[in-house]
Design a protein around this ligand. Sequence first.
Ligand code: SF4
Length: 312
Amino acid sequence: MRRFLSFNDFFREYFNGKTVKLSLDGGFTCPNRDGLISNRGCIFCTDKGSGEFAGDRKNSLNEQIDSQKSLLKNKWNAENYIAYFQNFTNTYGDLSYIKSIYNEVINRKDIKGISIATRCDCLDKETIKYLKEISNKKFLWLELGMQTTNENTIKLINRGYSHEVFDQKIEELKDNNILFLLHVIFGLPYEDENDFKNTIDYVKRVYPFGVKFHNLYICKNTDIYIMYKKEKFKLIPLDEYIKTVIYAIENMPRNTVIHRITGDPDKKSLYEPKWCLDKLSVISKIDKTLKDRNVPVKTKEDIKIAADYWKQ
Ligand code: SF4
C-alpha cells in the first residue's frame, strides 16, 4: 500500500488482479516531427517519438502483444494487460487508419484496457466520437503531453500549440466522458517553483483520471541536448524534485491515479542528470518523505472509491 493512489493498486482493484502495460507501436508519426507543424519535434523528443521501450512497428500488433507478454511473463504474474500506444501521436492520421489499429486490439480478451498517447491538437470530433465508442467496450484513457501550463515554456520546448488550445480540448474530452492522463515535467528550462505550482494547480482543477510526473532529463539525440550544451541552464536537483513531487502528490485530487513519479530515460542516451537513473532510490526517497510528513496510506476503501469513481 502506498501513500498515493498508484497505478498498481488502482488496477489491481479495478480488474481484480495484477495489471501491466504492453508498450506498442501503432505505426503513427507526429505533426510536430513530420513537417506539418515542424520537423524538429518537442525539444526533448528522441527519434523514437518519446517511446523508447515500445514494440517494433515492423511486427503486427498481435505479434507485438504476444512477444511483450512472453517477455514480461517471468517478471510479473499478470492477469490483465493494457495496450499502451506510447510513441508518436496515436490519433494522427486518417480515421480509417486509426480505426484499423484500435480495432485490432479491441477484440482480444487479454487486453483489458487501452491507453493512447496523443496531442490535444490531434483530436477532432470524429476521432473523439470513435474513442467514445471504444470506451464503451474497453477501459480507455488518453495520455496527453501537457508538460507545463507556462506559455513561454511551451514555445521554448516547441510543443507546437498553446495551453489555451490544450485547455479547450480538455473541456471537450470531459464533456464526452473520455478519461485522460496528463504528463508533467518538473524542471523545464528556466522554470521555477511558481511555474511548478501553477502547473500542479491546473492538474488539480481539471481532475484528470491520471497523471505522470518526471524530471527534465537530457538525452543525447535531442534538440535540448544542443541547447543545454550551449546555455547550461539549471537542471532540477534531486532534493528539489522530491520536494516538488511531494507537493504535487499532496495536492492531487482524491481519485486521480498517479501512474509515475520518476523519469525513465534510456540509459545509453541519457546525458544528465545521472541521479534519475537510480529510479528505486528516487522512489524510496519520495516514499520516506511522505511517511515523515505523515501522509496517510491509501486504504483498500480509498482505492475502491477511486475504482468506482472511474468506472466505465
Ligand atoms: S508530441 Fe510527442 S512525438 Fe510529437 S514531437 Fe512532441 S514528444 Fe515527440
